[in-house]
Design a protein around this ligand. Structure first.
Ligand SMILES: Cc1ncc(C[n+]2csc(CCOP(=O)(O)OP(=O)(O)O)c2C)c(N)n1
Ligand code: SF4
Length: 256
């Protein structure tokens, strides 16, 4: 067979290392890593990008991105990103945070970084549980959802209601871009990539904090098979965490 007509349609982005992933089968952290890496390549900013990993399953993100990287303990990624960006204003700085990290132990950090209008990009991965530590209840756990620390299901009367982080942050003036996307099917993966690109462009334009919340799977801690985990996102998570744009600065609307 002649190879003259073959075209490369899929290959590893330069911004991803060839390291083998530690993520569980069916976990969509890997899909999200790939989208971020593709955007860094397409915007040609890999050489000046500095990522900040959080605690959670993505704690080892520095192994996978072919960029400079730091690791911030327990919710402090927005504070560390603030310092890095202020010391290196020409760099492109992003945090990569789970919902336990960002919405629980780090909620003060993200709120104040947003209020200050720090010129950083935040990739916020919402899988409704603490994945890394064994699937405990997170601030994003759905009402009635069983976790290892809400074994009868989250009872909102005693455990409170889930936090809708994007809606919360959209009220802050320092924020230029807040949207919620999902990676449960190819169409939504494409939309998520566009949003990630806009969030990095917002930083390049100096517009203030840009955050993309991404609904993601955790089949291991949800106790279901990977295909069912994608269905769970669509059927259970999206009704509670609707996809959409919560704040898009006027200058960014044309980029959408
Ligand atoms: C009570 C408690 N607070 C804080 C921590 C520190 N901690 C370790 S992993 C983690 C978050 C893990 O979940 P998430 O951020 O949702 O990321 P995932 O692993 O699901 O991707 C946190 C907050 C902890 N283990 N226990
Ligand atoms: S525990 Fe959940 S979030 Fe962590 S790697 Fe496994 S599937 Fe992904």
């Amino acid at each position: 067979m002649s190879t003259d007509t073959l075209q490369v349609v899929y290959q590893r982005p330069d911004a991803l290392t060839p390291a083998l992933t530690h993520y569980c089968p069916g976990c969509t952290h890997g899909v999200i890593h790939r989208l971020v890496a593709e955007v860094l390549d397409e915007l040609e900013i890999r050489d000046k990008t500095i990522g900040v990993a959080s605690v959670g399953c993505s704690v080892f993100a520095y192994n996978y991105f072919n960029t400079d990287f730091a690791q911030a303990p327990h919710g402090r990624a927005p504070a560390m990103a603030t310092g890095i960006k202020r010391v290196h204003p020409d760099s492109v700085v992003f945090t990569y945070q789970g919902d336990g990290d960002l919405a629980s132990i780090g909620i003060a950090e993200i709120i104040h970084a947003a209020a200050r209008g720090e010129n950083i990009t935040v990739i916020f991965v919402n899988n409704a549980v603490y994945g890394m530590t064994g699937g405990q209840m997170a601030p994003t756990t759905l009402p009635g959802m069983r976790t290892t620390s809400s074994t009868l299901g989250r009872n909102v009367a005693t455990m409170g209601y889930p936090l809708r982080v994007s809606e919360l942050l959209a009220n802050l003036e320092g924020v230029s871009y807040v949207v919620r996307r999902s990676v449960h099917d190819p169409g939504n993966i494409n939309k998520t990539k566009k949003a990630i690109k806009t969030a990095f462009k917002a930083q390049l334009m100096g517009k203030g904090l840009a955050l993309v919340e991404i609904l993601s799977s955790c089949p291991v801690n949800w106790g279901i098979e990977p295909p069912d985990a994608l269905k769970f996102i669509k059927e259970k998570m999206i009704p509670y965490f609707p996809l959409g744009d919560f704040k898009v600065a006027d200058e960014l609307k044309a980029l959408e």
